[in-house]
Design a protein around this ligand. Structure first.
Ligand code: FES
Length: 164
């Protein structure tokens, strides 16, 4: 199943967001932030809708803005967003075995960013500025310091249990 195509876009929800910013194109970034909050990424259909609906914009402009800013994701994110730091300090202290343990526990194939059930997404990031705690993993903004393969597997098991 392709998660990217599994979102049904609720245009009335999009209208509500656009209207809450008075449909002004100067508010486009704030509007996209809101849409991303709802879907956890920017679905293509939503960007096309916004670009068609809002005055003075086009889908191409909306795509351009969305791809320019790193804060926007054009790929679906999981309910739990896992970021593994692969800056130098974390790399040296073993971030790759931790990353591999996450992939193994969540059954993520190479190149697959989000689990089939949409629960977890995984990415590597550069230095998070917490090198003293290396290797660092961040899940939904919570920092997990000095991770090991075993420790991260326990963290994931706990999240999976809590989510049931
Ligand atoms: S290298 Fe990972 S926090 Fe700095």
């Amino acid at each position: 199943m392709s998660i990217a195509n599994s979102h049904k876009i609720d245009t009335s929800k999009l209208d509500e967001i656009i209207n809450s910013y008075e449909g002004k194109k100067s508010n486009l970034i704030a509007i996209l932030q809101k849409v991303q909050e709802v879907y956890r990424y920017l679905p293509e259909e939503a960007m096309i809708y916004i670009g068609t609906k809002m005055e003075g914009l086009s889908p191409a402009t909306v795509f351009g803005v969305a791809t320019f800013y790193a804060q926007f994701s054009l790929e679906p994110k999981g309910k739990y967003e896992i970021k593994v730091c692969d800056g130098t300090a974390c790399h040296v202290r073993g971030s790759m075995p931790v990353l591999n343990a996450i992939k193994a526990r969540l059954d993520l194939k190479d190149g697959q960013l989000t689990t089939e059930d949409g629960l977890f997404s995984l990415e590597t990031v550069s230095c998070l500025g917490a090198c003293g705690l290396a290797p660092v993993v961040v899940i939904n903004g919570k920092v997990y310091p000095q991770m090991t393969s075993d420790a991260i597997t326990i963290v994931l098991d706990t999240l999976l249990k809590e989510d049931k």
